[in-house]
Write a protein that binds this ligand. Sequence first.
Ligand code: DGL
Length: 270
Amino acid sequence: MSDPRPIGVFDSGVGGLTVLADIHDRLPYENTIYFGDTARVPYGPRDLAEVRYFAFEIVRYLVDQDVKLIVIACNTAAAAALKALQRSFDVPIIGVVEPGARAAVLETRNRHVGVLATEGTVKSGAYRRAVGSLDAGVKIYEQAAPEFVPLIERGVTGGAELEEPVRRYCDPLMERNVDAVILGCTHYPLISATINRVLGPGVRLISSAGQTSLETARVLSRRGYLRRPEDPEDHGKATYVCSADPVEFAALGSRFLDEEIEAVAPAAVV
Ligand code: DGL
């Protein structure tokens, strides 16, 4: 049995491509459809109810494309809407918060864990709950980093412009002696080199991409939803949709995904 339906993946912008890249690596035969809500990025400073509304619109759009599973590759949207979406749709829906929390609990030794995330994610308390449900003894220190997403969406991933906010957001975490920091926004792996340098070698950076793609593979396999082509060269097809300028998305996305995004369709959803 082979299930050719695509996996739907979405984010406010290009950040979720860090999760998509991991899904492509782990599940090369799967077809995927990625939705970047670039007309409304950033989600972080918005009210959680508004983000939930956007997430419902996008999930409806993806369900209309006959996806077999949806990955909310955006911490803010997952924090705002995962549970409500799971209650409302039959399709399996996976967020990024629990996988990131699980990875952090596995990695920390001194059980002091930092979280860098958007204001919305910090306000939601989603990481505090997710980490606490896995190990109630872990101390969590959350830091909102509202300047990161707008910089990354402009293509800034290094240099002096980034260095100053990275130091400002990382200092309070270092004062707490954290030994693991969750990159609680899917955009942040794109600036992990700078964050890593500022935090130093004693602090592990945790991104949820690996655990999220693993979870995706597990769900597809258990449900018998994997695509199994007869020809091993028959890799899955990746489709991209965004709500603002497709040309800009293709240029920035290709850089971040490290592979050529040839065509991006404008979305009629928003
Ligand atoms: N990648 C989104 C996240 O993981 C960014 C949110 C935003 O648009 O501010 O939270």
